[in-house]
Design a protein around this ligand. Structure first.
Ligand code: GRG
Length: 287
């Protein structure tokens, strides 16, 4: 139900294909709609509901985070980065369109995300809303996801220690998952600072667990199930939790992280049920 809501919101936010420049708008819609697990928007909803946020406010933060996420996927798939042809079970954006269009799709999705965050009241006052903008900007920027991607590119073909790998994953994947949770929480007024800190702790474990499982699935699953090319990490000689620990210890580590994430939710009792379901999904998923 929430997933359908996310689809509707994204569909309504994206420029229509009839609007010029039509090819760019078509490519933006191609990249965003009709695929993806929507884990980040679902985290924003679960945290937002915990904070008694109005659903329309959660819509905006959930969409903003997903737009940043899709921009990162489109750019990551480009030949100058991961050079992939399959994403969400379909040709990647630059294959379906062309490289220059895919670059612009990423640019335009990123700016649309900030437009969405700035468009309507999402917090009790303007300064709280500016904090939300700042949270997304740092999560996506050079000290967050883009920085993690830079470390990833530099690390290909090199050996990393476990702490170095953790730093890379926390930035590349973890920061946006953290932002999704925090922005959901901040779109409502129902949580104390201490409770938001608990959610922050939860989201850090969830983000790292997400990437550890991503590493395992890349090594163990197949292209049809994943909807993206399997086995790329080994093929590109990338350091991952599987290359450092082996698949079974990597899974055990993800399970440990899940336990720590669940522990961080203890204070919320039954109110955090949806967040518990999401960490279960993150660790037990098959794609
Ligand atoms: C290009 C600035 C820039 C950043 C790219 C996110 C990212 C950084 C690269 C994508 C490649 C990758 C394996 C990243 C790790 C994060 C990750 C597992 C992304 C895939 O997320 P899912 O599984 O994808 O949530 P869906 O398609 O379900 O939304």
């Amino acid at each position: 139900m929430r997933q359908e809501r996310v689809e509707r919101v994204l569909e309504a936010l994206l420029p229509p294909t009839a609007l010029s420049p039509t090819r760019l708008h078509e490519a933006m819609r191609y990249a965003v709609l009709g695929g993806g697990k929507r884990v980040r928007p679902l985290l924003a909803f679960a945290a937002g509901e915990l904070a008694n946020a109005a659903p329309e406010r959660i819509d905006s933060v959930a969409a903003a985070v997903e737009l940043i996420h899709v921009y990162s996927l489109v750019h990551d798939d480009l030949p100058c980065m991961d050079d992939d042809v399959l994403r969400r079970g379909r040709p990647t954006c630059h294959i379906a369109f062309d490289e220059a269009t895919a670059l612009l799709v990423g640019d335009a999705l990123q700016t649309l995300a900030f437009h969405v965050l700035a468009e309507q009241p999402l917090a009790s006052d303007a300064s709280a809303q500016l904090d939300m903008v700042r949270i997304l900007a740092s999560a996506a920027g050079s000290r967050g996801m883009a920085g993690g991607q830079a470390i990833d590119l530099e690390s290909t073909g090199r050996e990393l220690s476990l702490p170095e790998l953790e730093i890379m994953h926390i930035h590349k994947t973890g920061e946006l998952i953290r932002a999704a949770t925090l922005l959901g929480a901040r779109s409502g007024n129902g949580l104390s600072t201490a409770e938001i800190e608990r959610l922050d702790r939860f989201s850090k474990f969830a983000g790292l667990a997400f990437q550890v499982i991503d590493d395992v699935l890349d090594a163990e699953s197949d292209t049809a199930t994943l909807g993206k090319t399997a086995g790329k990490d080994a093929q590109r000689n990338k350091p991952t939790y599987v290359s450092l620990l082996g698949a079974s210890r990597a899974r055990a580590f993800a399970e440990e992280l899940r336990g720590q994430a669940l522990q961080a939710l203890d204070v919320f009792g039954d109110r955090a049920q949806r967040l518990r379901e999401l960490i279960d999904f993150i660790v037990l998923r098959i794609h």
